[in-house]
Design a protein around this ligand. Structure first.
Ligand code: ZN
Length: 149
């Protein structure tokens, strides 16, 4: 068994690429590079920003994550039926949908649809089990959106 340095899943040593996250198992082993950051949580509400600031922060984080080969970005935008919290959520999700359409993202999972035992949440946890430790509050959480890069 070989443990993938990227996602931590085990697979048999015959495979060139990790069947879970697609990482190149051979080059990772050869280079012995430091473990890559696979998932990252970004709190867009921190500092109670204006909507524009929060949205800008998110697009910066998405661009940075893409450049750094981060696979899963957990975005905490909060929620609310009205007011600033709800507006940040709305604007951020609009942009995530655009990025998804443009194929700059593989998948967008709204937190309220993120379940441990079924659906896209379960599938994602199978590929990236550390997402749960990274963000234990991701489940059924309308204040969070998970972007898969
Ligand atoms: Zn892997």
């Amino acid at each position: 068994m070989v443990e993938c340095a990227v996602c931590g899943n085990e697979s048999d040593g015959d495979t060139v690429a990790c069947p879970f996250c697609g990482a190149d198992l051979q080059s990772i082993g050869a280079e012995k590079r430091t473990p890559q950051v696979v998932q990252r949580t970004v709190n867009l509400k921190q500092g109670r920003p204006l909507v524009d600031t929060a949205v800008k922060r998110m697009t910066n984080e998405l661009a940075q994550a893409t450049a750094q080969n981060v696979k899963v970005l957990i975005l905490i935008h909060g929620y609310g039926s009205s007011g600033k919290g709800g507006k940040i959520r709305e604007e951020c999700r609009k942009i995530l949908e655009d990025w998804l359409r443009q194929r700059r993202l593989r998948q967008v999972i709204p937190g309220e649809q993120f379940q441990r035992r079924h659906g896209p949440g379960k599938a994602l946890l199978r590929r990236f089990p550390h997402v749960e430790t990274e963000c234990p509050t991701v489940f059924n959480n309308p204040g969070v959106t998970v972007a898969v890069l």
